[in-house]
Design a protein around this ligand. Structure first.
Ligand SMILES: [Zn+2]
Length: 175
């Protein structure tokens, strides 16, 4: 198998998108756990291959972005699984709202490559956003949008905007 064909982008009917290694015996959805062999996958109407693909961030680059934005690694496990999995959390509370941004990550073991990124946002415990991310641009876009929204109710610069916007002054939101 050519190296270019080895990693493929997959989509599941539950909404997840992620990268899978075709040298593995099967594909497993990171959200709903649906697991299919490559043969079964060809005729499945619940999971499909979108094409060759890779997440355009190394685990180190990803970690650097999150650390800049004051995310904390809250859980990490690599036992009993073919993949490393890590959860990063950013919490911020103002008098009106508790913001909880969680990013769940899986990566290929022994291969400096990300497999899936699941981004979710809760406001005061209420889930408001959950999506798979495939690029650094999507990650930064979402973090910047949330950073701006956080600043609306805050008099002071908070850690997430500080990290994602590199201390640059924010454009005021339209009233
Ligand atoms: Zn799924």
């Amino acid at each position: 198998m050519a190296e270019a064909d080895r990693y493929v982008e997959l989509g599941c009917s539950c909404g997840a998108e992620w990268i899978e290694d075709r040298l593995e015996p099967d594909a497993t959805c990171p959200w709903c756990g649906l697991k299919l062999s490559w043969n079964k996958l060809e005729t499945s109407d619940r999971m499909g291959i979108a094409g060759p693909g890779r997440i355009d961030m190394s685990p180190d680059h990803f970690q650097q972005i999150l650390e800049n934005c004051s995310f904390v690694e809250t859980r990490s496990s690599s036992r009993r699984s073919r993949y490393n999995s890590t959860i990063w959390t950013h919490l911020f509370a103002n008098p009106q709202t508790i913001w909880e941004v969680t990013i769940a990550l899986t990566s290929f073991k022994g291969d400096e490559q990300l497999r899936s990124i699941t981004f979710s946002l809760r406001l005061s415990g209420l889930p408001v956003l959950c999506t798979s991310l495939m690029t650094a641009e999507q990650l930064v876009f979402l973090l910047a949008a949330i950073a701006r929204s956080m600043e609306v109710g805050s008099d002071e610069r908070t850690p997430l905007p500080e990290g994602i916007l590199c201390g640059a002054p924010l454009q005021p939101l339209p009233a």
